[in-house]
Design a protein around this ligand. Structure first.
Ligand code: SF4
Length: 432
């Protein structure tokens, strides 16, 4: 049985570029398709290939012709959902493969993929469920079956959703990601600012928090699940000489005691790497000793979702955090010497004063690389339910987090001009 796993090409669209010629706000996604490598790691008894169309844009035609997959799995985030359907259509036109979709958009909005080009939709953690599905399709291809977390498409009709338990067995501990399947693409997976190779490792899934804009709940059905420390150390080692490891978890330090144990285990194993990871600002403030320990172990940069600079706005997005805590975390990380990548979210309701206030905040607080996105009601989020009636752009190609899909308070062109100017100003001194 031949299984082809497909990572979509860069495909998001940009309103500021298309309407106003502002090309600095376009999102480009880079990095290895770890979710597919994890799936492949649990499919060792089959012939499996990964085609990463971000690194190899023409690769799908070649693989469909040469490899002739029996099953094609396609993953993607929300701004890739239309492209996933187009890729599914292409697979169906060019070979006899079954098509299975998964990933964050499929989990949060499965109805979107109830389409004739798609056979099955996998919800949530797919490593075990996808392998179970392959086993069933191999042994009894035409049979009816019940598999939690898998939906059989039924175009034009309502989907029968079979909920997924998303528990620790779904992590399939003991099998490493099939990193070798993307070895030919490895030179594309770099930390751009430094031009050094960067490998991805997952150590935890989901997040214990419930920020209204965040789509991570779909990844693990809202649970926070952690890999065993031994497995994380193994995966870091599997990446061999690659000098920088991006821990891709939404919240690597959600369990502080475990995070400390992981840090010590990496040191004891003699692993010498630099790490990039996500953390909440309140975790930094409550546990600076843990950050110091990680710094000694090689932690280079932390990515923090500061999101907003006022308590009112943080509260409105259910961030369960305060602006003063964000500022305190910045000071602590500056003192420890950790590079800060700071995420901020501007609202389509922003006026000139709001842009000015955020610009002043970034001028007064030392954040090495501020990342600024536009508040986007992604399907499956609480924010989507709140804003559904206000959405004026339903084309998911624009859900890149750099487009306003609800009406802007400022004239739209002015909004993007302020946005671009803020980004340019804050990146002029960026260091990572
Ligand atoms: S934004 Fe961060 S803290 Fe909030 S739910 Fe998502 S991952 Fe968790």
């Amino acid at each position: 049985m031949n299984i082809l796993l497909v990572n979509p090409p860069n495909c998001g669209r940009s309103i500021p570029e298309e309407r106003y010629g502002i090309d600095s706000l376009k999102q480009i996604f880079k990095g290895e398709p770890l979710a597919l490598e994890e799936l492949a790691g649990n499919l060792k008894q089959y012939e499996v290939r990964i085609v990463d169309l971000k690194a190899d844009p023409e690769g799908l035609d070649r693989e469909l012709a040469d490899f002739k997959p029996d099953i094609t799995g396609i993953t993607g985030v929300t701004c890739e959902a239309n492209t996933m359907l187009q890729l599914a259509g292409k697979v169906k036109r060019q070979c006899l493969s079954l098509v299975v979709v998964g990933g964050i958009h499929a989990s949060n909005d499965p109805g979107f993929f109830n389409h004739e080009s798609v056979d099955f939709i996998v919800l949530g953690l797919g490593k075990k469920v996808f392998a179970d599905l392959v086993t069933i399709l191999k042994s009894s291809p035409g049979a009816d079956f019940f598999l939690p977390g898998v939906i059989r498409t039924n175009p034009g009709k309502k989907l029968k959703v079979v909920p997924h338990s998303n528990c620790s067995t779904d992590l399939v501990e003991g099998t490493s990601p099939a990193y070798e399947l993307v070895s030919s693409y490895r030179s594309h997976y770099t930390l751009e600012k430094l031009n050094v190779e960067m490998g991805f490792v997952a150590s935890a899934y989901g997040c214990p928090y419930r920020c209204s804009f965040c789509c991570i709940k779909g990844q693990s059905g809202g649970k926070y699940l952690t890999k065993s420390i031994d497995d994380v150390v193994r995966d870091v080692r599997c990446l061999g000489e690659i000098p920088v490891i991006r821990l891709v978890d939404a919240n690597t330090f959600g369990d502080v005691e475990r995070a400390k144990l992981l840090c010590r285990a990496l040191v004891e194993a003699g692993v010498k790497k630099q790490y990039l990871a996500d953390i909440r600002s309140d975790t930094v403030v409550q546990h600076p000793e843990m950050v110091r320990e990680w710094k000694e172990a090689g932690l280079r940069a932390l990515i923090i979702g500061f999101e907003e600079i006022s308590d009112t706005n943080l509260s409105a997005m259910n961030k369960a955090n305060r602006a003063s805590v964000n500022t305190e975390a910045i000071a602590i990380l500056n003192e420890i010497g950790i590079t800060i990548v700071g995420d901020f979210i501007i609202s389509p309701d922003y006026d000139e004063n709001d842009f000015q206030r955020l610009g002043d905040y970034l001028g007064n607080n030392h954040i090495d690389l501020p990342m600024i996105t536009v508040m986007t009601p992604l399907p499956g989020t609480v924010l989507y339910k709140e804003k559904k009636s206000e959405i004026i752009n339903h084309n998911l190609d624009y859900y890149t987090l750099t487009n306003a899909v609800t009406r802007t308070k400022l004239d739209e062109e002015q909004f993007y001009a302020h946005y671009a100017e803020l980004l340019e100003r804050s990146h002029s001194n960026a260091r990572i």
